[in-house]
Write a protein that binds this ligand. Structure first.
Ligand code: IVH
Length: 670
């Protein structure tokens, strides 16, 4: 072995050692400067002697440069969510269903802790770590590879080289690191993070991997994603493989043949879990055998072979100091309690929802009362009741304001008497801000650069009063805002421009129509194909749609018959927004085209489809849409300005289709 290679090996071992120490102890053995010196030397040697460079060198973990922004990754197979259960009876029902669907076969369940963190998928091509992505909306997540590379428990190279390997799991922050990181935040004059999960999620969004590394995040792997070239038949085998490949697998895993034993194990953890060094919000129960999983299949939302058992909500007692009124996007006034801080499920709770006016009255909750607050996992805390016995006489009944705290318009009570609503409509700045927030949200129009702070300023400065106003903003207006340079102003305008082609479903999701969330918006867009067709639909016609009931139908109809909404839609049309959407053909309509077993990658700009649309179409027809080209890609669909993916496809001999060729393919097939 040459002297250089020896030095490289020695440096790598030393750096890995200090890396581990850094993660294991709050006080590492050497200073950051010394650490950087070792790293610099190694980097230099690797540059001078590229023959010794290696994807699993520690230089790959800590040396990364900040990235410019996030790109999204389409998961090869969606990251589904799991059904929740809250009681022993729920678990027994789950067991009955499983056994029934399996025709009475014997079943083994594997029970694991449900780690309260951020779901993640790590991809390895030929044994080398290529992409780490968040769950996102299940179909597409954010590429956070640059940050994941810094985790000591994310192997950069596997001991074997399966063609494609995906490890799924949870990124989390230990309680100790959470406390330490929060102390640092406070010392720097920043607001502390609310809980370890939020802190972990926020850290993953850092563009600079060095900053992320300082947060000492960790990763537990608990499942395989789609893989090629690995043979595993059960979940326990999968966990063994993950361990052998160098992943951290949580040690608290048990398997049982009866649901009673599962229940006993789960309830045993309800208190023990507080002694763990990280947070958990329940248990996960999985059918062990993969052949049985296949038989059980999945519903639209979640697999039938797995269930989460959530621990009971935690309650705390504290004092209600005062009540604020928040104005929602449709003008609903929500009372929010300001509380004396109370520790609940590992977090300090200072604010909690009081639901609505009716709740305050019927539960007779008064300012100054002692109240019971409840928090279950990720759900916002709620006030459950007050304790009238604890009253001293100084408590005051809360009077709902008769005018909107934001715009001063009169407040009116709804038909059922449950809610108060501000009548200010588009004159109420609080409502406008909420509408814009809902519009810019990721699953709606996904407008880059239009965050809460910017919306706040745009409305307060009088530059934006409605959704169409957003598209009338000029560069100078935006650049004139506080803490906005020309560059961020340009970004916002580009973000707005890009949003114009999102299509009908996303637009409907963003319009703040009562009862219309993302999935109803999708349903409507697919049913009508254009906003004009939707606007003409009668309540009866709407009610006929599977998934839309009479109340929703009336609300949708009413929305499209208000002058104000009609004005908005006409403005958006004039501003060039896409108000249509190609309907998803059913496989039968598309001539029975069957893309089963075929994997497509889409790259570049297409003329007719948004990326999400064509990918949805591929899936609809039974094919797979993937984000990266490998030798297993069946076709690359390349639009304008296709770049590295096209090169890679050519290199690997993957057939390349134009958009038209793809359309011909699905029309002539089957
Ligand atoms: S299995 C399709 N196992 O819980 C099933 N999930 O509420 C794949 N989670 O999105 C998930 N610990 O982020 C599984 N031991 C565990 C888990 C776990 C935490 C998270 C995961 C998932 C969420 C569902």
């Amino acid at each position: 072995m040459s002297a250089v290679q020896k030095r490289i090996d020695a440096l790598r071992a030393q750096i890995e050692h200090h890396n581990q120490l850094y993660y294991e102890q709050a006080t590492p053995a050497i200073s950051d400067r010394e650490f950087d010196r070792l790293l610099e030397e190694l980097k230099r040697l690797e540059v001078e002697h590229p023959e010794f460079a290696s994807p699993d060198s520690p230089t790959q973990r800590v040396g990364g440069k900040p990235i410019e922004g996030f790109t999204s990754v389409t998961h090869r197979e969606p990251m589904l969510s799991i059904d929740n259960s809250y009681s022993a009876d729920d678990l027994r029902e789950f067991d009955t269903r499983v056994r029934k669907l399996l025709g009475g076969e014997a079943v083994t369940y594997v029970v694991e802790l449900k780690i309260d963190g951020v779901a993640m998928s790590l991809t390895y091509e030929n044994g080398v770590f290529t992409v780490g992505a968040t769950r996102g909306d299940g179909e597409q997540g954010d590429d956070v590879t640059h940050n994941l590379r810094t985790f000591p428990d994310v192997p950069l190279r596997l001991p074997e080289a399966p063609a494609h390997f995906e490890a799924r799991g949870e990124v989390y922050m230990t309680r100790a690191d959470f406390a330490q990181n929060n102390r640092e935040r406070i010392a720097q004059g920043q607001e502390p993070a609310a809980n370890p999960r939020n802190f972990a999620a926020g850290s993953l969004k850092l563009l600079d991997p060095k900053a992320c590394r300082r947060r000492r995040l960790r990763f537990f792997s608990y499942a395989l994603g789609p893989c090629e070239g690995v043979e595993v038949k059960t979940h326990l085998e999968a966990l063994d493989l993950l361990r052998r490949y160098g992943f951290s697998v949580n040690p608290h895993i048990a398997s049982f043949d009866t649901i009673d034993a599962v229940i006993e194990y789960c309830t045993g953890w309800a208190t023990k879990r507080h002694d763990l060094p990280y947070e958990t919000d329940g248990m996960v129960i999985k059918v062990n055998d993969f052949a049985q999983r296949k038989k059980l299949g999945t519903t639209a939302k979640s697999p039938r072979w797995v269930i989460a058992y959530k621990f009971a909500a935690e309650q705390g007692i504290t004092k209600l100091i005062s009540i604020d009124i928040q104005v929602g996007k449709l003008g609903t006034l929500t009372p929010v309690a300001n509380l004396e801080p109370v520790k609940l499920a590992g977090t300090t709770v200072k604010r909690a929802s009081l639901h609505n006016a009716d709740f305050l009255e019927t539960k007779d909750i008064r300012v100054g009362d002692t109240v019971v607050v409840e928090k279950a996992g990720e759900i916002i805390p709620y006030v459950i009741r007050s304790e009238p016995e604890a009253r001293t006489g100084s408590e005051k009944a809360f009077r709902f304001p008769t005018t909107c705290p934001s715009c001063g318009s009169p407040v009116e009570r709804d038909k059922n008497g449950t809610f108060y609503r501000c009548t200010g409509g588009r004159k109420c700045t609080a409502q406008i801000k909420e509408v814009l927030r809902a519009y810019a949200r990721r699953s709606a129009m996904d407008i880059e650069g239009l965050g809460e702070k910017v919306i706040e300023q745009l409305v307060d400065e009088g530059l934006v009063n409605s959704i169409p106003d957003l598209y009338r903003l000029t560069l100078d207006q935006v650049a004139g805002l506080e803490r906005m340079g020309k560059k961020s102003a340009r970004n916002l305008l580009d973000g707005l421009e890009a949003s114009k082609t999102r299509g009908l479903a996303r637009l409907l999701a963003g319009l703040a129509i009562q009862h219309v969330g993302d999935s109803v918006a999708d349903l409507l867009a697919n049913e009508f194909g254009s906003i004009d067709a939707l606007m003409e639909a009668s309540p009866e016609r709407l009610n006929q749609i599977n998934g839309i009931g009479p109340i929703m139908a009336d609300a949708i109809h009413a929305y499209f018959h208000e002058d104000h909404s009609q004005g908005i839609i006409e403005d958006l049309r004039a501003l060039g927004l896409k108000l249509t959407q190609d309907k998803r053909p059913s496989p039968a309509q598309a001539g029975g085209a069957d893309l089963a077993g075929k994997t497509f990658v889409v790259t570049g700009t297409l003329a007719k489809y948004q990326r999400e649309e064509i990918e949805a179409l591929i899936r609809q027809l039974g094919g797979k849409a993937s984000g990266s080209v490998s030798k297993n890609t069946s076709y690359l669909i390349a639009g304008e300005k296709a770049g590295s993916k096209l090169d890679k496809a050519k290199q690997l001999g993957v057939p390349v289709l134009t958009e038209e060729e793809f359309e011909t393919m699905i029309q002539t097939q089957g």
